[in-house]
Write a protein that binds this ligand. Structure first.
Ligand SMILES: Cc1cc2nc3c(=O)[nH]c(=O)nc-3n(C[C@H](O)[C@H](O)[C@H](O)COP(=O)(O)OP(=O)(O)OC[C@H]3O[C@@H](n4cnc5c(N)ncnc54)[C@H](O)[C@@H]3O)c2cc1C
Length: 229
């Protein structure tokens, strides 16, 4: 099914025209992001945690240390809300009031699930590792039993979710402020990969692997492009 079922809480209030429940768009936004923020209620108060994540089909995986309080709470199977925000540009208007941001964002609601099955845990950790740096799972040493035991993995189903996109110019382009002698427009924003920095503590010089050097200068959201060539 290409559309996710809309629920009461994934029904848009403001700017409904910018929102949707298209599964492909949701996946594209999640795949383009690097980190997410997940919100939970901890001891009666909200807590919003930035973290990396990975996607495998219709499941998002979060991981962290077994010492992480928020992940431990999420491992108990609680309602969480996860967001991914991509900032595409500053929308600079003539009036301060009309300033805005161009963006693509995703919001996922769901009940978290602790991943305890060993095979699924590896799938999840691969998804997270390759989400951040495609090809790195096959390149790096795999986790040992002890390391796996020290890692909490949480699954979140992509069932109740929404996406929102703003991709337009200043809101005062067709009003009376258009005639003001003030520059207005969009200042695009892109996050690029820089030049790799070798670990100075390395025991011997090792060439940067192709899956890493291939990312230099690329927008982070295009990190899968070299593998698809
Ligand atoms: C980078 C960025 C900057 C933003 N800056 C501002 C700002 O400064 N001021 C401002 O008012 N708004 C801003 N927004 C938009 C903001 O995220 C909300 O969409 C908007 O404020 C409406 O919020 P609401 O509380 O009325 O939600 P509602 O529209 O009532 O939310 C209902 C449901 O709609 C969906 N939804 C709402 N917003 C989003 C979203 N962004 N992404 C995916 N699904 C969504 C969710 O399923 C949510 O449960 C920004 C968005 C991004 C990504």
């Amino acid at each position: 099914v290409s559309q996710l079922t809309q629920t009461a809480r994934t029904t848009f209030g403001r700017h409904r025209e910018r929102g949707g429940h298209d599964r492909e768009l949701l996946h594209a936004i999640l795949d383009a992001g690097t980190i997410c923020h997940f919100g939970i209620v901890m001891d009666g108060a909200p807590m919003v945690v930035p973290t990396v994540y990975g996607r495998d089909g219709d499941t998002v995986y979060l991981h962290g240390s077994v010492a992480s309080r928020s992940l431990m709470a999420a491992g108990g199977g609680i309602d969480i809300c996860m967001t991914v925000s991509l900032v595409d540009g500053l929308v600079l208007a003539r009036s301060v009031f009309e300033h805005s941001v161009n963006y693509r964002s995703a919001m996922v609601y769901g009940r978290s699930r602790l991943v305890s099955d060993a095979a699924e845990k590896l799938i999840a950790l691969r998804a997270v590792t390759d989400h951040v740096c495609p090809g790195q799972w096959d390149y790096a040493r795999r986790p040992s039993k002890k390391e796996l035991a020290a890692t909490t993995v949480i699954a979140l189903p992509l069932l109740e979710a929404s996406s929102k996109v703003r991709d337009s110019g200043p809101g005062d382009s067709d009003g009376p402020d258009r005639d003001l002698p003030i520059w207005a427009g969009v200042l695009p924003i892109r996050t690029l990969f820089g030049t790799p920095i070798d670990d100075p503590a390395a025991a011997r010089p090792i060439d940067t692997p192709a899956h890493v050097s291939g990312l230099v200068g690329l927008a982070t959201e295009d990190r899968r492009a070299p593998l698809q060539r």
